[in-house]
Ligand binder design. Structure first.
Ligand SMILES: [Zn+2]
Ligand SMILES: [Zn+2]
Length: 355
C-alpha cells in the first residue's frame, strides 16, 4: 500500500518544531506549525494550502514571514489556523510592513485566518490588493473538533493547556483506496488521470449502481462505461485511512494526557514533543513541556503504530540518545502491558464461549 500522506519533520529534533505533510500524486501540502521553515525548499513551501499553528510562541510562528514573502505576488489562497488570540497575532504581523504598492499586483494573495476557540471558529479574510485590511465580514462557525474537511480527509484539533491555549492537530484519511494494478491491466485499461476521478467518486459516496466512464484516449473522444460498484470490486481494495497526529508544548498535568491519548488514538504516526528527560521532570512542568518518558507513555496508551519525538531542549545536545531510549522503553513497556491485557480479555471471552 502506498500511503496518501507523506509527513516529514521540518528541522532536526533540536530545531524549531514543525511537520510538512505532502500528498501522494498531488502538488499540495499541509503544514503543522510555522517556526523556522528555511530548510524547506521554496517549491515545497509553495505547495502549502493549509497551515496550522499550535500557538504563537516564536519557535512555532516566526516562519509566517517566510511563507508570506514567498506567497506574495501569487494568485493563491492560504488557509491558516491558530488558537485564541490568533487573529490579533496575524494582524500584528501584517501591520509590520508597508503595502502601498500592492494594488498594482497582477495576482492576489488571499489569507483566510481562523481562530480556534472552545466553542467556535472565527474566520477573517485578508486580501493583498486590499493591503491586507480584513474584509468587513467575520465568519463564525460552531467548533466541534473539526477544522477542515474534504471528501478524502479531515483535519481536527484539540485545545490543550501550555499556560496559554495550545492546539494539537490530527489529519485523517477517510479510507484508503489501493488500486490493484494487475486487475486494471486485465480489464485492458491503463493507469491514468481517470483513477483520480474514480477515487473521488468513491470519496464523494456516489451511487455504486451509477455509471462511470473512463476516457481511453487523450482527446476524450472515446470511452468505456462501467458500473462504479462493479469496477470498484475489481480494481480497488479499500483499507482503513491513515491518521497522523501532532502534539507539542504541553505539560503532563491534567487534563492534557487523557485528552491527547483519546485524540491520538490509533494514529499511524504520532509526532510528539519530548523536551526533557524524566530526571528533569520538575523543570519540564515549570516550562510546560513533556518529558521523553511521558511522551512514550502517551504514545503507548494511544496505541499508535509509530511515533517520533522532537523539540528537544538544547541542554541535551550531546545526549539525544537518552531521550530516544527513555521514550522507547516507556512505549514498549506500555505496549507489552496492553497486549497482555488484550490476551487476558481474549482468553476470558473464549472461556465463556466454551462453558
Ligand atoms: Zn511554547
Ligand atoms: Zn515550542
Amino acid at each position: 500500500m502506498r500511503p496518501f500522506f507523506h509527513p516529514r519533520t521540518i528541522n532536526g529534533p533540536f530545531g524549531d518544531p514543525g511537520l510538512y505533510i505532502s500528498f501522494l500524486f498531488e502538488k499540495r501540502a499541509v503544514l503543522f506549525d510555522l517556526g523556522d521553515i528555511y530548510s524547506l525548499p521554496p517549491k515545497d513551501i509553495l505547495k502549502i494550502s493549509h497551515a496550522f499553528v499550535s500557538h504563537t510562541h516564536m519557535d512555532h510562528f516566526s516562519g509566517f514571514d517566510r511563507l508570506l514573502r514567498l506567497f506574495l505576488g501569487r494568485n493563491k489562497d492560504l488557509y491558516i489556523y491558530g488558537p485564541e488570540g490568533f487573529l490579533k497575532n496575524i494582524e500584528g504581523k501584517l501591520a509590520g510592513y508597508s503595502w502601498n504598492l500592492v494594488e498594482n499586483y497582477e495576482h492576489n494573495l488571499t489569507i483566510h485566518a481562523t481562530q480556534v476557540e472552545p466553542e467556535r471558529l472565527v474566520t477573517k479574510t485578508y486580501r493583498c490588493r486590499n493591503r491586507f485590511a480584513p474584509d468587513p465580514e467575520t465568519v463564525i462557525n460552531h467548533f466541534d473538533g473539526t477544522l477542515h474537511e474534504e471528501p478524502a480527509l479531515a483535519i481536527s484539533a484539540i485545545i490543550l493547556d501550555h499556560g496559554i491555549p495550545c492546539l494539537g492537530f490530527s489529519m485523517k484519511e477517510r479510507f484508503h483506496v489501493n488500486i490493484l494494478k494487475d486487475n486494471v491491466a486485465s480489464l485492458g485499461l491503463e493507469i491514468g488521470p481517470w483513477l483520480r476521478e474514480f477515487k473521488e467518486a468513491l470519496f464523494n459516496g456516489l451511487d455504486p449502481d451509477s455509471e462511470f466512464e473512463i476516457q481511453t484516449d487523450i482527446n476524450n473522444t472515446s470511452g468505456r462505461k462501467f458500473i462504479l460498484g462493479e469496477l470498484s470490486e475489481k480494481i480497488a481494495l479499500i483499507t482503513p485511512g491513515q491518521k497522523i497526529t501532532y502534539i507539542v508544548d504541553v505539560p503532563f498535568g491534567k487534563p492534557n494526557p487523557d485528552k491527547i491519548i483519546e485524540f491520538a488514538n490509533n494514529s499511524d504516526h504520532l509526532y510528539i514533543e519530548a523536551s526533557f528527560l524524566d530526571k528533569d521532570r520538575e523543570l519540564a512542568e515549570k516550562k510546560f513541556h513533556l518529558t521523553a518518558m511521558q511522551a512514550g507513555y502517551i504514545a503507548a496508551k494511544a496505541k499508535v503504530k509509530q511515533y517520533t519525538i522532537f523539540h528537544f531542549s538544547p541542554r541535551y545536545i550531546d545526549s539525544e540518545e537518552f531521550l530516544l531510549r527513555e521514550a522507547r522503553e516507556e512505549y514498549e513497556k506500555g505496549r507489552r502491558q496492553e497486549s497482555r491485557h488484550t490476551d487476558w480479555r481474549t482468553f476470558g471471552r473464549s472461556k465463556e464461549l466454551t462453558e
